[in-house]
Write a protein that binds this ligand. Structure first.
Ligand code: ADP
Length: 268
């Protein structure tokens, strides 16, 4: 993109996202900590609580969001605008997986990824939203960087597990957010513990203290600690979510609590 095209793209994005109140980038230092699961279920929980929500999957090499929300509908393209399908009355979803063939590797390099993200932000008819939840790949690569650079009011939600190695990588993600003068919204610790289904004993599968350590180190609030629940694995594979299919579980309650914290913190 030449400077003129770039300026036009930025202007288009500014206009297109101006009716979105809160943009939240879900980041993690490491893969496998449950970042996409957290992004998807927070979006579903927000929508379920009545907030107009958008969910945007920019994990371009491993887009799992569509499967996790059970998205079957395709976006519609009308006169250069992309209309995102709704999986719930309050939840619009856009994922790169709608634009590439199933199982095909996404072999894009930096500039193509950046262009795709500009399109998701500039060409998708999001309309008026309370929240846009953006699921980015783990680490500090092109995708989270582009989102942070492009949206000046974006806030970062960082997902970690309690384990020291996960925490170490998350520090890089938080430092990127700070270096770019963006707002760290908070930390979510996933897989904090598991309750034995037989005796109820609390098992710390991945150690403890990671989220608290980050909270203390960076002075960023720990917004939620989510338990490990083996039932989730089967559900997310077939597009059933925690808030809709695990009602009454400790995991669902922890998600609802986390949403409450988020809503309070952004002061809607
Ligand atoms: P990431 O996006 O960080 O790579 P995913 O969201 O794909 O991670 O999650 C990795 C795996 O962990 C998935 O199989 C998911 O179902 C599972 N998972 C995530 N959170 C939990 C949890 N709280 N309890 C049980 N399994 C979980």
């Amino acid at each position: 993109m030449n400077p003129q095209e770039m300026a036009e793209a930025m202007e288009k994005i500014r206009n297109n996202v101006k009716s979105i109140k809160h943009k939240i980038l879900v980041m993690s230092g490491k893969g496998g900590v449950g970042k996409s699961t957290v992004a998807v279920n927070l979006a579903l929980a927000l929508a379920d609580e009545g907030f107009r929500t958008g969910l945007m999957d920019i994990d371009l090499h491993g887009p799992n969001v569509a499967r996790m929300v059970g998205l079957k509908k395709q976006p519609e393209v009308i006169e250069n605008q992309i209309f995102p399908p709704e999986v719930l009355p309050n939840l619009k979803v856009i994922s790169i997986s709608s634009f590439v063939e199933d199982d095909a590797p996404v072999v894009w390099r930096g500039p193509m990824k950046t262009t795709a993200i500009y399109q998701f932000l500039g060409d998708v008819a999001w309309g008026e939203l309370d929240f846009l939840i953006i699921d980015s790949p783990p680490g500090t690569g092109d995708e989270p960087l582009t989102a942070l650079q492009t949206l000046s009011d974006i806030m970062a939600l960082v997902v970690t597990t309690p384990q020291a190695v996960a925490v170490q990588d998350v520090k890089r993600a938080i430092n990127l957010v700070k270096t770019m003068h963006r707002t760290p919204l908070g930390i979510v610790e996933n897989m904090s513990y598991m309750k034995c289904p037989n005796c109820g004993e609390v098992i710390k599968l991945f150690g403890e203290g990671g989220g608290k350590d980050l909270e203390n180190l960076f002075d960023i609030p720990l917004l939620g600690s989510l338990p490990f629940d083996p039932a989730l694995v089967g559900f997310s594979d077939i597009g059933k979510s925690i808030v809709t299919h695990m009602r009454g579980s400790e995991l669902e309650a922890a998600y609802r609590e986390t949403v409450k914290e988020i809503v309070q913190r952004v002061k809607l």
